[in-house]
Design a protein around this ligand. Structure first.
Ligand code: HEM
Length: 382
């Protein structure tokens, strides 16, 4: 057990979250004209009552994007069911050889150099290659996906102008419409073909829905996992004793991954809109007000996690809500977990003496909804 690494993630306002959980757990934020929920129990209440807290139209003033993430029942369930069988732990387990091969190849490239930027050379390429394979688009196009994704989420402090964003969105559309057209004439064993052949209430998905689904799978599938992998290296840097333990006991890796997810959630919160006037804690929430579930604060709630500010890879139970909870629970959780487990175990087997390059600062991702680092240069021996 170790103290939480305040150095790399010093910007996470743990003290403020603690104070809010104690003094104002359901807090009205005038700037957002909405509520922020800090306690675990309240967060679970919101996420497990989708009939009261909607996922639709969550961003005032923005067009509604018809992806399952922003849909309520019954349509959400019907669309989710099209792909949910592909993402069960049993199905995902079958990707083990592919994931292993990609991890080995990525390491083969950097090992002769004895250095890498964890984010650019490892954490980003791995999930994009895997999700591109599942979707059915060539992994060689990963650089293009990344520019769209950065621009669409603006999560990595992207400096794109509005014009660049529009043109990226257009090239995303053109690219996927072409790939979808190819699949229409020649179906394959991939997610795009599955989406194309699916019918919901007797109708095929619209082009807009198809594009949104591809966009969600592509972006949700890799930005988040990349940050999880990057955060794992930050933890390795700060807890050398954990690295030694994991080298001796690779079977502890799943527990370590869960603790990294809990302490450094690559998705820090989930937004909802109240569908009626209701009470949450002792606060009156009005219909149409937004409610932000602060997963990152809930993951440190002392009512749920004894000594929450300790990093403990043996924490059991560890019911963090980094993958959300309820009907929108992350579809890709089994995939993210498997990728992280395989990748990090191989890293610890193949490279030793992992050292952060002290001449280069670790720069956090500039987004309140994501905990991650933009680059993490390391040196090592094979
Ligand atoms: C939904 C987190 C990886 C696909 C979600 C939600 C969270 C989340 C918090 C729910 C949001 C809400 O309730 O509003 C994460 C984290 C990941 C990760 C932390 C990695 C560490 C992935 C991967 C995929 C994926 C690898 C693969 C395709 C999705 C999809 C949804 C989703 C499709 C929407 C589910 C629905 O609305 O029913 N994710 N995710 N995610 N995630 Fe992930």
């Amino acid at each position: 057990m170790s103290e939480i690494p305040y150095k790399a993630f010093a910007h996470i306002p743990l003290a403020m979250f603690r104070q809010m959980r104690q003094n104002d757990p359901v807090h009205f934020e005038p700037r957002m004209r909405g509520w922020a929920v800090f306690r675990y129990a309240d967060a679970m209440y919101v996420l497990s009552h989708p009939q009261l807290f909607s996922s639709e139209a969550i961003l005032p003033g923005q067009p509604h994007l018809p992806s399952i993430l922003g849909m309520d029942e019954p349509r959400h369930r019907k669309l989710r069911n099209i792909v949910s069988q592909v993402f069960t732990p049993r199905m995902i387990e079958q990707l083990t050889p592919q994931i292993t091969a990609v991890v080995q190849q990525l390491l083969d490239k950097v090992i002769p150099r004895g250095r890498m930027d964890v984010i650019q050379d490892f954490a980003y390429p791995l999930p994009i290659i895997i999700i591109a394979g599942l979707l059915g688009v060539p992994a060689e196009d990963q650089a293009i996906f990344r520019s769209w994704s950065d621009s669409l989420t603006a999560a990595n402090g992207s400096n794109d102008t509005p014009e660049t964003r529009v043109s990226n969105a257009q090239s995303f559309q053109a690219y996927f419409l072409q790939k979808l057209a190819e699949r229409r004439s020649q179906p394959q064993q991939d997610l795009m073909s599955r989406l194309l052949s699916a019918e919901v209430d007797g109708e095929k998905l619209s082009d807009e829905e198809l594009l949104e689904f591809c966009r969600l799978l592509l972006i949700a599938g890799y930005e988040t996992t990349a940050n999880l992998l990057g955060n794992a290296f930050v933890c390795f840097d700060q807890y050398p004793e954990v690295v030694e333990e994991l080298r001796q006991h690779p079977e502890f890796m799943p527990g370590a991954v869960e603790e990294i997810l809990r302490c450094f959630p690559s998705v820090a919160g989930d937004n909802r809109v109240a569908l009626e006037d209701l009470m949450l804690g002792d606060k009156q929430i009005q219909k149409h007000q937004t409610v932000s579930v602060m997963a990152i604060s809930a993951n440190y709630d002392e009512e749920q996690f004894p000594e929450p500010e300790r990093f403990d890879i043996h924490r059991d139970p560890n019911r963090h809500i980094t993958f959300g909870y309820g009907i929108h629970f992350c579809l890709g959780a089994p995939l993210a977990r498997l990728e992280a487990k395989i990748a990090l175990n191989i890293v610890l087997q193949r490279i030793q003496n992992i050292q952060r390059d002290p001449t280069r600062p670790v720069e956090p991702v500039q987004s309140p909804f994501i905990v991650g680092v933009r680059s993490f240069p390391i040196t090592f021996t094979a």
